[in-house]
Design a protein around this ligand. Sequence first.
Ligand SMILES: NC(=O)C1=CN([C@@H]2O[C@H](COP(=O)(O)OP(=O)(O)OC[C@H]3O[C@@H](n4cnc5c(N)ncnc54)[C@H](O)[C@@H]3O)[C@@H](O)[C@H]2O)[C@@H](O)CC1
Ligand SMILES: [K+]
Length: 539
Amino acid sequence: MAKVTVKREARLLLTVNAIRALEARFLPHIPLMQRAGAALANHLRRWAEQGHRIVLLCGPGNNGGDGLVAATRLHELGFSVTVVALEPSERISPEARTAWQDWRASGGETHNAPPPLVADRPPVIVDALFGIGLTRPITGPYREWIHWALSQTAIRVAVDVPSGLDADTGMRVGDAVFEAHETVTFLADKPGLHTHDGPDVAGVVTVYPLGLNDEIAAQCSQQQYALFANEESWDETASSAPASAGILLDRALFSPWLTPRKRNVHKGCFGHAVIIGGASGMHGALHLAARSALYLGSGKVSAITLAKEAPRFDPTLPEVMWPTALPQTVSAIAIGPGLGQTSDAVRWLEEALAVSVPLVIDADGLNLLAQHATLQRAVTERRAPTVLTPHPGEAAQLLQTPPREVQKNRIAAAVAIARRYRCVVILKGCGSVIATPHGHWAINPTGHGGMASGGMGDTLTGILVALLAQGWPCVAAAAFAAYLHGRAAEDAAQMEVGPVGLTASETAAAARRLFNRWIADGAPRAQPVRPLSDTPSFP
Ligand SMILES: NC(=O)C1=CN([C@@H]2O[C@H](COP(=O)(O)OP(=O)(O)OC[C@H]3O[C@@H](n4cnc5c(N)ncnc54)[C@H](O)[C@@H]3O)[C@@H](O)[C@H]2O)[C@@H](O)CC1
Ligand SMILES: [K+]
């Protein structure tokens, strides 16, 4: 089979249920395990050709079957392959039984424990132990093999899903988790590879659609449409469960909105963002959000501070206005950065909720929302869109559940908040989840550990309110703000600003740089006009 590698373009994320549904439709006609094994063998071949020994740890189910098919192919091509597996049980699937028979027929040797590895080059250890069928912590010999693999100096490649990682949630299941440098996954990408512990455990993810490219592309388009279309009609009839498929955000999704500015414009064309927060001692949060809103192109930015002693002018941000009441003309409001939880803060939140423009609620705005039934009623009754941007702790407050319950299933938690409050949600953290009240969701793949620092959330809020003020639709604004925020941090780190020590201010500056670069990249380029001096002179 021809190798078809889909990297960042493969944005469809399928839960285990959705993968099983695909399997039920296509497996009777298409030899999926043979295709998966062939794709894996092709993937591993480049190392085999460079003289790296390939060691495959094969488990009791179809994930192990994929490993055996790949082992057989590589062995037949003359590469040295080591298979570590236990005797198969009577209950294995017909496909896995065939894979065993083929492996034995090829004359390959099977070890019942990892052999000592002595080689010039680090071996490639392939985890074909458990994939989407994992249901409990890994124990016994398989657990020992995983710990052995982690103790070796080796290149670690996971097949479909790293063993010990939940494919839907990105949760570690038990203490034996195959931490891979890369994961080769089949049919479609999986949400658990991109959120919570997923990115740390899965490494670089490559997707092989096994010939179902058209089906995957069609489902991907459906999910994109479902996420971004009809976003303001959050009807009551939507099901309560999260959709079984979602998307992984990619820059290409946002190109319709990344358009250059015309020349004949004025500041009124780009909205007025108002940010409310900055109680005593927390002025910096408001300042950061206001700066980010300016950097992302809001026509005007006003900051309303709750600190009585704060001066009505900030010399470090002279472009920002500091009114004491909501201005007459407002395009979008963000409330929360440094807001505090005083009665004054509650009053401002009530006031913001009553204005019929897009609203972002962040930080203490979320904590207040979790505590006051009247605010909850007001948020669900709003006609204009609202975006909530909780981190897991704030999400737990909004759902009245412990934070670990949120992290156990971040997609379910984000959708539950979106439905309960009839808002768009950005559940922050590794692999931020964007969710709508309809149960549609996306995961953001950008960002790094350097973003775990004070003020990053305020920067995100500022970016988001600026996009809303400029008329971006709500879901697109939320998704793009998360995507850009993470990419800005990556970009800064590439220029050796971080990852460790990257500040929220530096991230805002990097976001401005990238935003403009992407707009310029997408814009059609005019041919340069020939300078007059080049024209031939006439006698
Ligand atoms: N679904 C599909 O369409 C395809 C699946 N393929 C492969 O098949 C995999 C799924 O295969 P399976 O459903 O057989 O599942 P796995 O191979 O992931 O797991 C095998 C079985 O082990 C048992 N098990 C679960 N957790 C265990 C634990 N901790 N200790 C011991 N046993 C445990 C379960 O009963 C499970 O059915 C995929 O991840 C992929 O690698 C591929 O062949 C391509 C197509
Ligand atoms: K695996």
